[in-house]
Design a protein around this ligand. Structure first.
Ligand code: HEC
Length: 504
């Protein structure tokens, strides 16, 4: 009898582990040699922008950019739609973005969300509180409304350990907001759970907690209570910053570390805070989540960073004081596409959400079942095939194709076809044929309304004047002799003259 029960139990164990293995879509070997299994929990989503884990329900609440709020029950893997925010305005990067759960949800069943709205021709970012009862929204309250823009609307929400709510906002492409401490854009704002200004905020009667930001896309708090953000730079210098009260992080006058003569002069006059880490070429950092769990011991005490352009999960290991990033490991590079949202459950399992149905999918995405929520957890399985850590090639590229793919292809695409209405094509257009106009675009960037092949573009392209003359020559000539283009070669002298004209 005993042995029969025993074999029955074995069968159960076998079945359940078979079931688990069925869901595993990949294995990943991490730097310490151990393996993580990766399961797909859910597919066919549209740009899950933020995921927050609620321990008491063992569930993930998440937003999708067009306005939906849903709940994924991790015990049953069932998804339930909770709400559609009625006044969300979605276009390109605008829509329903950040989400936070009240730290005492059982007593105060509130979700906090931020999103874009449009009134007439004017855009706004709203922060609202939703009261939840039996998975339905029974009450909504607008807590704060700030200027919105056609891009750079941030934003993330975070409750710190003391119960204050932080809102990281974007500069809405303004040239003055980030350096103006009296406006609420390009800032980290701090408020009470009721949306009021705390009496101990660093500026009296102001939400402003820290300033000098361009477009924050990730925010988290470490176990020691340090707040970190991730931020999109222009064509250079994406950043992760350690946020402290009243510090000025430099944008729009300073990008990244204080490493040019102009930047040093500015920082000498009035104090500016340097980032904890910066990336050039840019990686487009997004979700930033502190990992303080021993389930994956070698990742304990690190920041998990999801990236869009570089399509990866990065492990930023921290020192024990949690004020420095000491090491970076790169995983899943280009494998699942853009990673925008991350959360961690109490056990230490990690959840990622892809963002391949957004305005700027990278080549060979979206896949059929995008966007997806994936789960990463340690496994004792010894897989035959697996993904491994990505090693960056630090050799500096000089050929036109590699330079183009590094600096231009994330928007104009590897085939130069762009994305209609968002990024103009570089094939057979006057903007590429006319060498003077092409060089002006590269040195000064492009702004405002332009028409190419009778399609209107109203985007922003950053200047690439930080590239060397030889690099610009290689890129522009690559464009002029590819994608079906057969335009004459640009010489180094013409580039030198154009630099003089456009950057002095
Ligand atoms: C972050 C996205 C992005 C990147 C990276 C980017 N561009 Fe652009 N580019 C744009 C957008 C958006 C426009 C249209 C701007 C507008 O509507 O005003 C544009 C326009 C252009 C134009 C047309 C300008 C005209 O005169 O009509 C050229 C040429 C161009 N880009 C070349 C490049 C080259 C070369 C690179 C790499 C060195 C590059 N771009 C990198 C977004 C980008």
């Amino acid at each position: 009898m005993k042995s029969r029960i025993y074999s029955f139990l074995c069968l159960l164990v076998l079945l359940s582990s078979c079931k688990d293995q069925e869901k595993v879509i990949d294995y990943l070997q991490i730097a310490d040699g151990s393996f993580l299994a990766i399961e797909e929990l859910h597919g066919n989503l549209e740009v899950p922008w933020e995921m927050q884990y609620l321990p008491s329900e063992h569930a993930i609440y998440f937003t999708q950019i067009k306005g939906k709020i849903s709940k994924l029950d991790l015990s049953t893997n069932k998804m339930k739609d909770i709400y559609h925010v009625p006044n969300v305005f979605h276009q390109r990067t605008l829509g329903l973005l950040g989400l936070a759960i009240h730290p005492n949800f059982e007593k105060n069943p509130f979700l906090y969300i931020c999103y874009t709205t449009k009134e007439g021709e004017e855009l706004f970012s709203e922060l609202s509180r939703l009261e939840i009862h039996e998975d339905k929204v029974v009450n909504t309250k607008l807590l704060l409304k700030i200027e919105g823009g056609t891009g750079h609307n941030g934003s993330r929400l975070l409750f710190d350990q003391k119960g204050y709510l932080f809102w990281a906002t974007g500069d809405v492409h303004s040239e003055t907001h980030a350096q103006d401490s009296t406006t609420l854009n390009g800032k980290v704002l701090r408020m009470t759970a009721d949306g009021l200004i705390p009496v101990d905020n660093p500026i009296k009667d102001s939400y402003v907690y820290a300033w000098g930001f361009r477009n924050i896309q990730g925010m988290t708090e470490t176990s020691l209570g340090h707040i970190f953000t991730s931020e999109h730079g222009d064509a250079i210098e994406d950043e992760v910053n350690w946020i402290r009260p009243l510090n000025n992080y430099g944008w729009i006058e300073i990008e990244g570390f204080h490493d040019t003569a102009e930047e040093k002069a500015i920082a000498a006059k009035s104090p500016r805070t340097e980032p904890s880490r910066s990336w050039t070429p840019v990686i487009a950092p997004s979700a930033l989540v502190y990992y303080g769990n021993n389930l994956i011991p070698s990742w304990n005490n690190s920041l998990l960073l999801g990236t869009l352009k570089s399509q990866s999960l990065r492990i930023l290991k921290m020192n024990s004081e949690q004020n420095e990033i000491t090491q970076e490991e790169i995983y899943l590079k280009d494998h699942y596409g853009r990673i925008r949202a991350i959360c961690v459950d109490t056990t230490g399992n990690i959840y990622l959400a892809t963002s391949n149905r957004d305005w700027n999918p990278q080549s060979s995405f979206p896949k059929k079942t995008d966007d997806r929520i994936l789960k990463l957890h340690p496994t004792k399985d010894i897989p035959k095939t697996f993904l491994s850590r990505f090693k960056e090639n630090k050799v500096k590229a000089t050929d036109g194709k590699t330079l183009y793919n590094t600096y231009c292809a994330s928007c104009h695409k590897e085939d130069g076809k762009g994305i209609k209405g968002n990024f103009p094509p570089l094939q057979d257009t006057e903007a590429v044929r006319n060498s003077e106009r092409l060089l002006q675009s590269v040195f000064k960037g492009v702004n405002g309304k332009i028409e190419i092949n009778s399609v209107i573009y109203e985007g922003q392209m950053p200047p690439f004047n930080f590239l060397k003359d030889e690099e610009i020559q290689a890129i522009t000539n690559y464009i002029r002799s590819n994608f079906g283009n057969q335009f004459s070669e640009i010489g180094l002298q013409e580039i030198k003259v154009a630099r003089e004209r456009h950057t002095k």
